[in-house]
Design a protein around this ligand. Structure first.
Ligand code: SF4
Length: 448
């Protein structure tokens, strides 16, 4: 019997409603429980926990399904303080002090669902590294830039970034259910939670209406799905009414950190404004749970393609094995591994960054060794708004006229006859030599 199953069994005693209410009203913390053994919501289960791959049984075994399946419950009960966190994860007093210090600059927020993916006994747990503050966020905090992508500079009206000719990024809120320690927009956290007001949203829409080259609108955040479904529909319906906008994309980590949000109401609403694409952000196969799979399935059945944009993170997914498992897991739930991002040079994230060479080696270890669908594009989002640039292993070792020297994934070498630019027959050598230098533009270039 695994730990979760054992824990679920151990919690079979129902102790009644009173303790349930107390636990829930306290935001999920029962003080005085020893770290790692907390039973923060009390033994309040009237309904058994669902089947899950998480540690729900250990941490939240007594939370009834009606709460566990309600994304608003998770949102209300986010773990945002060190004391609350220590009720679940064993923390020494110095670790508590360090985390408290970090949260003065970079706050903490983890949903109960995402917390339940952590193995509390493993300090190197990949989910923990993404969600629990590290003192290195402060001690290495001066390395990097606050806004490496220069999004502030490229904002044409507050909240609307227009960098590329045919697409814009709409930032509707800075609120996220989970504050990822590697977040590119970490600078926004100090501003508290904000949501764009109706006048600001109208200004963004007005800009899009007047820029006919914009055919693709990306709605992001923060996490836009923190907005209520009717609120979100108010924005999406008005974007859809703009004739030259062809596609809408939503960037959200909800399928990973709070999949309960992907409910029927949301999916039905989104399906009315097709084509909508959704990009999400799984970084580790431990995040691919039955709940996450069901959320992605609901989206797909509603006609919303789901792609994944993961970030290369030190100690989380920086090996071929971890990426292979992640990408295979994604394909099993019908989510396409789309991008693997080199972690941006954001202040407070240096400890999670690794080298570009590590990313290239991962692609090298995937390409050819597994199906092409399981190989994401490894990209660097260049600082100062330079945009995304793919970075790949070198497979073309040499080029000369008419031929390329290429290696394959097994490092075997192959000569490849290149196609000529023109299908016209090449001039005979004597004709070529009789041409004057001013006629050289007539020569057919046969090289690659
Ligand atoms: S979900 Fe995205 S925007 Fe929100 S904290 Fe995580 S990385 Fe940042």
């Amino acid at each position: 019997m695994n730990t979760s199953a054992r824990a679920i069994k151990e919690r079979s005693v129902v102790r009644g409603k009173e303790r349930s209410d107390r636990a829930e009203n306290s935001g999920g913390v029962v003080e005085d429980e020893p770290p790692g053994k907390a039973d923060p919501f009390g033994d309040c289960a009237e309904e058994p926990p669902s089947k899950t791959a998480t540690n729900r049984g250990r941490f939240f075994g007594n939370v009834p399904d009606s709460n566990w399946n309600d994304w608003r419950w998770h949102f209300r009960n986010r773990i945002t303080t060190v004391d609350k966190l220590a009720g679940f994860i064993p923390l020494s007093s110095s670790e508590k002090a360090q985390i408290k210090l970090v949260t003065m600059k970079y706050p903490l927020s983890v949903t109960p669902y995402y917390l339940s993916l952590i193995d509390p006994d493993d300090p190197d747990d990949p989910v923990r590294k993404q969600s629990i503050p590290s003192i290195l966020e402060i001690t290495m905090g001066m390395v990097g830039l606050e806004d490496p992508l220069d999004e502030m500079r490229d904002s044409v009206v507050p909240g609307l970034v227009h960098r590329y000719p045919d697409r814009v990024l709409m930032v509707l809120t800075d609120i996220c259910p989970m504050l990822c320690r590697h977040c590119t927009r970490k600078r926004e956290w100090r501003n508290g939670g904000w949501v764009r007001n109706p006048a600001e949203i109208e200004a963004m829409l007005d800009y899009i209406r007047h820029h006919k080259a914009v055919r693709d609108v990306i709605i992001s955040g923060g996490d836009p799905l923190t907005l209520s479904t009717p609120h979100l529909e108010g924005v999406i319906s008005r974007i859809r009414a703009i004739e030259h906008v062809e596609i809408i994309r939503i960037g959200t980590r909800f399928p990973v950190v709070l999949p309960q949000r992907i409910d029927d109401e949301l999916c039905t609403m989104l399906s009315r404004y097709s084509p909508i694409w959704l990009n999400t952000h799984f970084n580790h196969y431990q995040e691919i749970t039955p709940e996450a799979a069901a959320a992605c399935d609901r989206l797909l059945r509603s006609g919303i393609p789901v792609n994944n944009q993961s970030v290369l993170l030190r100690g989380v997914n920086d090996s071929v094995a971890a990426q292979m498992k992640l990408c295979h897991g994604l394909l099993r739930i019908k989510v396409r591994p789309y991008y693997l991002f080199q972690c941006d040079e954001v202040q407070g994230t240096e400890h999670l960054r690794t080298t570009v060479d590590a990313g290239i080696s991962i692609i090298e270890g995937l390409r050819g060794h597994t199906s092409g669908l399981a190989v994401p594009n490894f990209v660097i989002d260049l600082p100062h708004g330079g945009g995304k640039v793919p970075v790949q292993p070198d497979y073309v070792l040499a080029k000369k006229k008419g031929e390329l020297l290429i290696r394959n994934y097994e490092k075997r070498l192959f000569r490849y006859r290149n196609m000529k630019v023109s299908l016209e027959p090449e001039p005979a050598p004597e004709v070529v030599s009789s041409l004057s230098s001013s006629d050289s533009g007539l020569l057919v270039e046969t090289g690659a």
